[in-house]
Design a protein around this ligand. Structure first.
Ligand SMILES: *[C@@H]1O[C@H](CO)[C@@H](O)[C@H](O)[C@H]1NC(C)=O
Length: 226
């Protein structure tokens, strides 16, 4: 392709939508408690999922409960919800509440969290900084329906809205990736250490387009700077 054609093509890609391209090596920071700050991750369309792994890094000094990742569909506002309850409990919703995991107290230090689930056996596993939890069983036979919205920073009580300030996230989140399968332990270990180039096939932090609302700061995460 000629350089001029390349420039025109690149311009067209950037001008074609109001959403921004991915958040490669960026963090999103929610500096204050609000009922309108969010980052929507515009994942590609999928029909439904019978398995997933979702991973991210998060740090917060919040002591109350809040949403870490909220995925709402018109069928269920808690289609997939990763909820932190009072610093030490991580709750999983798949349409409705499924189970809780006791985790080390949330604090100012970025930690790497993964949650994986598969429908057939209902096996749920949580990983914190590459360390695996006890395996639990829940949500057997369920699916995660498509055509929903993925939000960071707020918990949805309608698709893309009806936020509650007391359920909002205050702190920093980065490296959100989601796969339509259960990752292997060695993959999770690698990802938890950072600097792993492959993003998820449902959410890819490096390329999934995103939309922000309210008071969100985007900064280099400096995670992979040696
Ligand atoms: C979390 O804290 C709130 C407020 O103190 C309390 O009402 C709630 O029962 C706590 N949740 C759990 C699971 O202990």
């Amino acid at each position: 392709m000629k350089p001029f054609a390349t420039i025109v093509l690149v311009m067209c890609i950037y001008l074609s939508g109001s959403d921004s391209a991915g958040l490669y090596e960026k963090s999103v920071i929610f500096p204050t408690e609000t009922d309108n700050s969010f980052v929507r991750l515009n994942a590609p369309h999928f029909t439904s999922l019978t398995a997933f792994t979702v991973c991210f890094r998060a740090a917060t000094e919040a002591t109350r409960s809040y949403s870490l990742l909220s995925y709402a569909t018109s069928a269920s506002y808690n289609e997939l919800l990763i909820w932190q309850e009072n610093k030490t409990e991580l709750w999983l919703y798949l349409g409705s509440y499924v189970d809780r995991f006791y985790v080390p107290e949330m604090n100012s230090l970025l930690r790497h969290i993964c949650v994986s689930w598969e429908s057939k056996g209902g096996e749920i596993t949580v990983w914190v900084n590459g360390r695996r939890s006890v395996r639990k069983v829940g949500g057997k036979g369920r699916v995660v329906r498509g055509s929903g919205q993925f939000l960071l920073g707020q918990e949805q009580d309608s698709v893309g809205g009806s936020f509650d300030i007391k359920q909002s996230f205050v702190g920093e989140i980065t490296d959100v990736n989601m796969w339509d399968r259960v990752l292997k332990p060695n993959e999770i270990e690698l990802i938890s250490q950072g600097c792993y180039s492959d993003g998820g096939n449902i959410i890819d932090w490096g390329s999934t387009t995103f939309t922000t609302g309210g008071n969100v700061i985007i900064k280099d995460n400096n995670y992979c700077t040696f």
